[in-house]
Design a binder for this molecule. Structure first.
Ligand SMILES: NC(=O)c1ccc[n+]([C@@H]2O[C@H](COP(=O)([O-])OP(=O)(O)OC[C@H]3O[C@@H](n4cnc5c(N)ncnc54)[C@H](O)[C@@H]3O)[C@@H](O)[C@H]2O)c1
Length: 294
């Protein structure tokens, strides 16, 4: 018995990196998987069906069920085809893992509007479009009395949570994904859907090109040592969040190596507060007491 036996999943960007590991684990746990990947380069240029085909072949070789989808997840019609493919091929949809992503890093003073737009598009529309089409399917199922224990797992980043210089476009998109998931979790829970978000850390082509850590990640890990940066370390949490047993909704989890940590939701600090005593502040009053907010 696998923890995802008989469940039908879409995993976006599953030709490489984290998505590929999610797909292999999902299949090993008994899920039927639609392996989506456009197959472009790190910056999202070009297309190549072979990474997704290779993931599907690996799943079939181990006796699992999977099909390739080569659509761009940030394309409205492409995302509809992706959701339809799961329903037509496997007879339904239970899980959507929004994972596809690109990077176009540049410090703000040099960032072009095209670099901004493309990263926002792939991450934010790439989460919105498949989720929107899947949500309509799950609502229709619920209205027909066939509520599915559906799960959405979104992919954010520490870059969005904490702000990483050189990634204004990416960080904005990634924190936006947390906000998106929060709203989705509240709107869709009545249709049986739960939506959570991960902020992973792993060795993939995205991190291998990151200044500073890229060189560290290229170092070989001795066979007898636990490989902390293995992207497969992230997948068990993604699988758990996709199970019927998942008890969370609207949460964000940091996941790396042998560590899973829930991220605190934005919180107003009641002990770092000023009160105007029933009147609007003057600017000078705020200057005089700003230390209380520090
Ligand atoms: N690797 C990390 O440490 C790390 C950290 C934080 C967040 N992430 C996020 O994890 C996710 C996976 O990244 P990864 O590190 O495995 O990178 P990766 O480049 O190995 O994999 C991303 C995959 O997404 C695909 N893709 C890109 N745009 C697409 C589109 N429009 N439609 C369909 N497929 C598309 C690519 O072809 C690629 O195969 C991304 O959202 C990334 O931002 C990764």
């Amino acid at each position: 018995m696998g923890t995802l036996d008989g469940r039908i999943a879409i995993i976006t960007g599953a030709g490489r990196g984290l998505g590929r590991e999610h797909a292999l684990l999902f299949a090993a746990e008994g899920a039927k998987v639609v392996v989506n990947d456009l197959g472009g380069d790190i910056g999202g240029e070009g297309a190549d069906a072979s990474p997704a085909q290779e993931t599907v072949q690996e799943i079939k070789d181990m006796g699992g069920e999977a099909v390739v989808n080569g659509d761009d997840v940030s394309d409205w019609e492409g995302a509809q085809r992706l959701v339809n493919q799961a329903i037509e091929t496997f007879g339904g949809l239970d899980i959507l893992v929004n994972n596809a992503g690109i990077l176009r890093d540049r410090v703000l003073v040099n960032m072009t509007d095209a670099e901004w737009d493309s990263v926002i598009k792939v991450h934010m529309r790439g989460h919105f479009c498949p989720t929107r089409h899947a949500a309509n399917y799950w609502r229709a199922e619920a209205k027909e009395g066939r509520t599915r224990e559906a799960r959405i797992v979104n992919t954010a980043s520490e870059s969005g949570l904490f702000g990483n210089p050189g990634q204004a476009n990416y960080a904005a998109a990634k924190l936006g994904i947390c906000a998106f998931s929060s709203v989705v979790s509240k709107e869709l829970v009545k249709y049986g859907v739960k939506s959570n978000t991960i902020a992973p850390r792993a060795r993939t082509r995205l991190t291998l090109q990151t200044p500073g850590i890229g060189e560290l990640l290229k170092q070989e890990v001795p066979e007898d040592k636990f490989d902390e940066w293995d992207p497969a370390n992230v997948s068990p949490l993604v699988a758990y969040l996709s199970t019927v047993d998942c008890q969370f909704n609207g949460e964000v989890f940091f996941v790396f190596s042998d560590q899973i940590k829930r991220v605190q939701q934005p919180t107003i600090l009641e002990d770092k507060a000023l009160s105007g005593g029933g009147e609007r502040f003057t600017v000078q009053q705020i200057i005089d007491s700003a230390g209380k907010l520090a």
